[in-house]
Ligand binder design. Structure first.
Ligand code: NAP
Length: 247
């Protein structure tokens, strides 16, 4: 999907497979080669990395200037400090969805379910980073949160990124709330492929009760890809010194 999207907008993408059996050294060597290649503007280590390889090793090896995922510790630090070099793609996509739907986040209660490094945490940091990003009050929940439903129900904006198929039901959503479903889960189904994709929110139960509800598939997924293209363009622009107007 990401490679096709690159092709569609005229970004050349190269794909490097690393033999999972070759371990962390091989992965590091491949990333370093791409770091050193002046023709490469952006690098993305497709997660999850193979079993036995530490994710952080791969992420730390990427040149921070080419880190279009925004996962390098230097870039995470800048995000937390309120000065992101690259906004991580899924959280940035969620921000764009909120803006496109004219959701007023000024003073709003936003509950994020999930505290992963790729969705929940960076989203919370992004929402808190700068006043112009929203001035919201952000609550981050996880698997040990007590009385989760109380925290999700009171949210003006509820973002769910837990990886639990359809676990958010109507009772967990406040009437008229904006609900962003990040989850993408495969469940067995009587389809040609033998499965279907569902979100973390029970769409049928919550539709009509929520004010806004993003679908799965669709919704956040395509926005993640779009923001990857955004970051790649930003990286190329900075590295080449050619100004590109990005809206
Ligand atoms: P992850 O690393 O597994 O993190 C899941 C988070 O949800 C953890 O913080 C976990 O809590 C929390 N959680 C799990 N069960 C919970 C429960 N019953 N109640 C409350 N919190 C719970 O997952 P992820 O990488 O963030 O991804 C989450 C979902 O988003 C997945 O379905 C993934 O496929 C999807 N995703 C979609 C996109 C997209 O572009 N659409 C991008 C990224 C991810 P603990 O920390 O306590 O374990």
């Amino acid at each position: 999907m990401k490679r096709r999207a690159c092709e569609e907008v005229g970004i050349e993408s190269v794909h490097r497979d690393v033999d999972p059996a070759a371990g962390a050294d091989a992965l590091r060597a491949t990333v370093r080669e791409l770091n050193d290649d002046p023709a490469v503007d952006g690098i993305l280590v497709q997660l999850p990395v193979p079993e036995g390889v530490d994710r952080s090793v791969a992420v730390r090896t990427v040149d921070p200037e080419k880190d279009v995922d925004g996962f390098h510790p230097e870039n995470v630090g800048r995000l937390v400090a309120g000065d992101p070099r690259f906004r991580p793609c899924t959280p940035h996509g969620i921000q764009r969805l909120l803006a496109a739907a004219d959701v007023d986040t000024e003073g709003a209660d936003i509950t994020v379910v999930g505290r992963s490094q790729i969705v929940g945490r960076p989203l919370a940091n992004l929402l808190l980073a700068r006043a112009e990003d929203g001035n919201a009050t952000v609550t981050v929940c996880h698997s040990r949160t007590r009385d989760l439903a109380e925290k999700t129900r009171r949210a003006d904006v509820l973002v769910v990124a837990a990886g639990r198929p359809e676990f958010v039901d109507r009772e967990m959503v406040g009437e008229g709330a904006v609900v962003i479903d990040v989850g993408v889960n495969r469940v067995d189904a009587d389809t040609e492929r033998g499965y279907e994709l569902v979100g973390d929110v029970d769409f049928e139960a919550v539709e009509g009760h929520a004010g806004v509800l993003t679908p799965v598939p669709g919704g956040v997924g395509p926005m993640t890809v779009a923001m990857l293209l955004y970051n790649a363009t930003l990286a190329a622009s900075r590295r080449s010194g050619v100004d590109v107007e990005l809206s």
